[in-house]
Design a protein. Sequence first.
Length: 224
Amino acid sequence: MYKILIVEDDSVIATLLEDGLRKWGFESDHVTDFVHVIDQFQSYQPHLVLLDISLPFFNGYYWCNEIRKQSKVPIVFLSSRTENMDIIMAMNMGGDDFVTKPFSLDIVIAKLQAVLRRAYSYYSEITTLEVNGVILNLNDTSVTYQDKKLELTKNEYKIMQVLMEQKNQVVTRDQLMKKLWDNDTFIDDNTLTVNVNRLRKKLEDCGLSDFINTKKGLGYMIHD
């Protein structure tokens, strides 16, 4: 089980994050003594630190620098400060990602999973895919975007999964048809078109127009 240390001054947000992380199978703890953040970091030995910038006594940049003196543990900044310079500073100080407030808990979870996946090659309990704020839940085959949740059919889910896993790459119609109907049964090529069009309509109703791009004569593609 992965351990997340939350360094957040707002107790309501810290509790929300802790509850959400536990529901997704993470172990978590949050700092309450902002003078001795490093002491709690050393005793808890987290796999990832979720770190706000605006903190009592010393800001998040300071604590990121202190953590980096002794550990390469992934650090994800969480802040309402959204100026480009704040984000650049966070990355330059050693941050691995940046989440802006107010935030969707689903997006925070997806970002944490992505960072953990990159940091720990043996991390295999991936339960979501995320591209540009669009989250595909691999457990219940649903899509979440800006707090709106879409229920997908089996085929719609498979299309989304393949395209999101291979983002920025053209996925041919043959590849998709083999994924959807991996048997010897002949499937009319138009059946795939119907499924893609239905999926697009659902995404458009959720505010996602042109999320799936058609590459004429080749197939389909999702850009990040």
